[in-house]
Every structure is written in structure tokens, then in C-alpha cells.
Design a protein around this ligand. Sequence first.
Ligand SMILES: [Mn+2]
Length: 321
Amino acid sequence: MGFLQRFLKYQKIYIQCHNNPDADTIASAYGVYCFLTEKGVDAEIIYGGVQPIQKYNIKYMIKQCNIPIHHVESIPETTELLLIIDGQYGQGNVQRFETADIAVIDHHLPVIKENEKVLIKSSYQSCSTIVWELLTEENYPVKENKALRVALLYGLFTDTSSFYDLYREKDIEMRMELSGEFPVFEKLIKSGMTVGELMIASDAMYNHYFDINKRFAIVSALRCDQAVLGIIGDFVIQVDIILACFVYTSVNGGYQISVRSCDDRISAKDLAAYVCEGIGSGGGHAKKAGGRISSQFLSEKYGKIDIFDFIYQKMNEFIAE
Ligand SMILES: [Mn+2]
């Protein structure tokens, strides 16, 4: 039995995106929504948190793909099941609603225990990929649903720094399978950054750290989208004397990282994996890589350490003179 089958016995399901929803959580929720409603289950996509969606690209995605998502303060007490997508309760960015029962589909590091209604695949780069796989398992024709196709592709795109950090087999497979000529997608990928993020990026680059001996750079960006991290990395690696660069930003519960190299002796993938070992996950290709670090695992393994000092120390160990 496919994972999604177990939800067909419910009359009404609330599908909850994480607060301040990004493309990945919305696309994933929409995938599950399409399946459930076609099977006759009454489903509704919601999210909590203080702010309704602000970002231009997310609003554009919702409008063009016709995704019914609502910002709510509460849900009815009679709610049978709440399905949390691209997040887990216990993570700061998922508002807790009182409900009889919860289910989870997520690709972050687990903070709750898995059970028959909780599916956490942290090796997947986007939750969209997990949902695509679950839909495929149910023989749901994803390719025929153009809006869903665009949404899932965009979810993966934004969670992998504009596909630059895309490296996992399944995620690559979904991209190959769903790609096509979509003007809406083209427009979306050219509107991922806000003016605020342009300023975050320029500020981060202005305040970069450069190690003159080993010729690497570390760039700390204020909280921004992963897509922006990739853009910063691609920019900085073009500097003549920089051989490798490590960009990071804080996300809920930890840090998102993006690594670039232009030197054959420094593998971006190995560097990302080296830094994240035991405290998250990192990987990619020789020239580009990405990953995540959990704050909790970092302090458990290394004690109280400043994130910049930690990255600096690891890069120094990894890169030979
Ligand atoms: Mn995600």
C-alpha cells in the first residue's frame, strides 16, 4: 500500500505548510491536495505564523498554478487529521494547532519519531521530490497536471539553489521527468530574489572573509532563501584569487550552506560533506555543493562554538597549504 493510501479513509484533512511558506512546502502540499481531492477527500491547504505570504514569486506561483492556500489563526476543533508538509512539530517555523491526529511528510532532519503516518526522508533535497515519488507510486499522472508540474519543479529549484546544488539521484530524476516548456516556470526562476535579498547578498559579499594563504572565502548571509545563497556563491567564486567559497545562512534549527570551488584539488562536494559530517548532510558535485547543518547536532558534537569559527576551522583542516 502506498503511503498516501492511508489518508483516504478521512473525510477532511488539513494540509499544513510551514510558516512563511516557500515554494517547496506549497508545491508539496498542492501535490497531496490534488491526489486527495481527486479521491473524494475534502482537503484544505493552510499555514500559520504571524505573516501572510509577502514574496512576489510565491504569490505569482500560487496565482498561476491556482493553488488554494489560506493563512489561518486556528482550525476547527473537530479536525480529524492535520498533515504537516516540509516541516515537523517541534520546529520553530511550524505553528502548532490542536488536533486529534497528525501526519508528516518532510525532508528535514528528524526531530520527531517516524511512524506509519510520519514519513521523513532527509536524504531528499526537496519535499516536492518525496511527494512526486508518492504520487507516482499511486499512479497519479503528475505529468498531465501542468500546474502541479510547474509547482513541483519550482519547489525543487528553490530548495537546491536554482538547481545548482542539485545532486541526489531522485531529485535529478524528478527534474528530468517533469521539465518542459513552461513560461510560468521561466518567469518564476527570474523572480526569486527580493530587493531586500539583493541588499542581504551585497552586504554579505561586502563583509566576506578571505583567507589569503589558502585562498578561500567564507560569506555569512543574513537569513535568506537558499536560491540567494547559490547566487552569492556563484558570484564570489569568479574572483580571480578565490579557489573555494563557503556561503551560509541561518535557517530554522540550523544553517543552510552552499559551497563553490574552481580548483581541482578542492572538491566542493567533499568539503560540504566534511563540514557537515555528523551534524547534518552535505554533498553535490566537484565544483558546486550544498547542505544543511543542525544547530543541535553542532553543539552536541563540538560544544558551544561560533558557526563562523567552526566553518573556518573545518575549511582550514580540509584545504591543504
Ligand atoms: Mn523544503
